[in-house]
Ligand binder design. Structure first.
Ligand SMILES: C[S@@+](CC[C@H](N)C(=O)[O-])C[C@H]1O[C@@H](n2cnc3c(N)ncnc32)[C@H](O)[C@@H]1O
Length: 384
């Protein structure tokens, strides 16, 4: 029961501190090729690798893989990864970085690319034209078509970079001024354009992809990266039905579930889904849970399925934030514990990573607290 769980000062299994840096963009540049709602910093999995992995070449599993932070960090540190997510977008974002092509090969492809062919009008145009100039949209449609016929690692990498440039604030994005991580509804974008007195201007896409590539591939990869990434496994499954993943195959899980109904991964990604041709029904299963009871049951099923994949003695790290509902802060870590213990996992410890707010959040006059989470609370469970 939740009431039985002792609070930090009363139980030595709680550790509080700044376990990893609060500075932005300190990890390898390849992590930053895509942004993703509620992704964690690469330093988080890295911290737990050093806490719980005894040797190189271990297997790390993330059942809610998102943009692939855990998998990529595992490969960067000489471990194998198992990445799972229910959304094909997530599997694409992770898998497209399994092979990191050379910048020369990518520039070569981009130099040869002809995006000028006439394209067919379709029912999505009206919505998309709220974001894109008609000539930018023509280029995007051509790129989409070319990418759909070529699944080489190079083309997938170009496609992944294009996904990251679809919309945002700066001139480096393909769209008129818009939100970077969330695809807002077209109606809202139209209203924003009117309010700001702006219209989509022509933004050629190839130079934007090239300059993003230059930044993301600026740092050398460790020489062993591909040795590990080429053996990664990728799954597109509901977390409660992980049957395709072999039992006792992972040494460590580092993961972060959807926090109640804070993010809607389906609607927030509608432009990315369009670009990847992911039909709406393929993202219907993404869990959006509104009550704590429902969420705890979901976590119980998640932990039952996940622990089957973990080796005996292995650890499962679940990161959650403190979610605000009205004026109440819900300590989701308590409910992770309840769920974990109910499926026979042992509570090892809980890390509360407190971070000073960054300059960026101050200048936007928001604190993570107001956004719903203010610290990373990482519950560590052990399969006994
Ligand atoms: C908080 S995000 C994970 C972010 C990840 N840690 C990262 O750094 O990118 C939660 C993820 O859970 C996925 N998800 C939601 N419901 C799911 C389900 N039932 N089964 C598997 N994945 C699910 C979402 O698609 C989303 O990618």
């Amino acid at each position: 029961m939740v009431q039985a769980i002792l609070k930090p000062s009363l139980d030595e299994r709680y550790s509080e501190g700044e376990f990893w840096t609060s500075k932005q963009r300190q990890a390898h540049s390849i992590h930053y090729s895509v942004s993703y709602r509620a992704s964690f910093k690469p330093e988080l999995p890295s911290f737990f690798f050093s806490e719980f992995l005894k040797k190189k070449g271990s297997v790390v599993f993330d059942p809610f893989g998102g943009r692939g932070t855990t998998a990529i960090q595992a490969n960067l540190e000489g471990h194998y990864a198992i990445h799972n997510d229910i959304n094909p977008l997530s599997v694409f974002l992770a898998k497209s970085r399994r092979t990191i092509p050379s910048i020369d090969s990518l520039n070569h492809i981009l130099d040869k690319m002809d995006l000028t062919a006439k394209t067919r009008e379709d029912e999505m145009d009206e919505k998309l034209l709220a974001f894109y100039h008609k000539d930018t949209l023509k280029e995007l449609k051509n790129l989409k078509q070319i990418c759909s016929q070529d699944n080489s690692p190079e083309m997938d990498f170009v496609k992944m970079i294009a996904l990251s440039r679809l919309h945002g604030h700066s001139k480096g994005f393909f769209s008129v001024y818009s939100f970077p991580q969330v695809s807002i509804p077209a109606e809202q974008q139209k209203k924003n354009n009117q309010k700001k007195g702006i219209e989509p201007d022509y933004r050629p896409i190839v130079p934007r992809i090239k300059s993003k590539l230059k930044r993301d591939l600026s740092e050398a990869l460790p020489p062993f990266f591909h040795e590990f990434s080429s053996n990664n496994q990728y799954y597109l499954s509901d977390v409660r039905k992980l049957d395709p993943i072999p039992s006792n195959s992972a040494d460590l899980v580092v993961t972060s579930p959807p926090f109640l109904d804070k993010v809607n991964y389906q609607t927030d990604n509608w432009i990315r889904h369009w670009f990847l041709d992911i039909p709406e029904e393929q993202t219907d299963g993404i869990s959006v849970l509104s009550s704590v009871r429902e969420w705890t049951e979901f976590m119980r099923d998640t932990l039952r399925a996940t622990s089957r994949v973990v080796k005996k003695g292995g650890y499962i790290v679940v990161e959650v934030g403190e979610v605000k509902k009205g004026k109440t802060i819900i300590p989701l870590d308590d409910f992770v514990l309840e769920a974990g213990m109910s499926v026979g996992l042992d509570w090892s410890r809980t890390y509360i990573n407190t971070q000073k707010f960054t300059k960026l959040s101050n200048c936007w006059k928001v604190s993570n607290n107001e956004k719903g989470t203010n610290s990373n609370r990482c519950v560590v469970l052990q399969k006994i």
